[in-house]
Design a protein around this ligand. Structure first.
Ligand code: SF4
Length: 91
């Protein structure tokens, strides 16, 4: 998915479902790199988020290098992305 498509999908999902929980709680929670250090709590909150899938697609499309997006850390997103590349090469 292209970054602009991912942005539109996320914006539409937020419009439909309302503001995600990370917009209403201390944002540092989702960015352990800047000292928040609450990865488990952030991931748990993401699991309840109605825009989780769109959020993850946005992060993947934009190669987000920081933070928890869609319930996944940057390392988990990189693994998911490389797994997708491997799978698509095999098809
Ligand atoms: S899934 Fe994305 S939008 Fe939802 S709480 Fe987590 S980081 Fe925020």
């Amino acid at each position: 998915m292209r970054p602009d498509q991912a942005f539109t999908a996320l914006a539409e999902a937020i419009k439909f479902h309302g503001a995600p929980v990370c917009q209403e709680i201390d944002g540092e929670l989702w960015f352990p790199e800047i000292g928040g250090g609450h990865v488990a709590e952030a991931k748990k909150l993401c699991q309840e988020c109605p825009v989780k899938n769109e959020c993850l697609q946005f992060a993947l499309a934009n190669d987000e290098q920081y933070g928890i997006w869609g319930g996944l850390s940057v390392r988990e997103r990189m693994r998911l992305k490389s797994k997708g590349r491997t799978t698509s090469r095999r098809q």
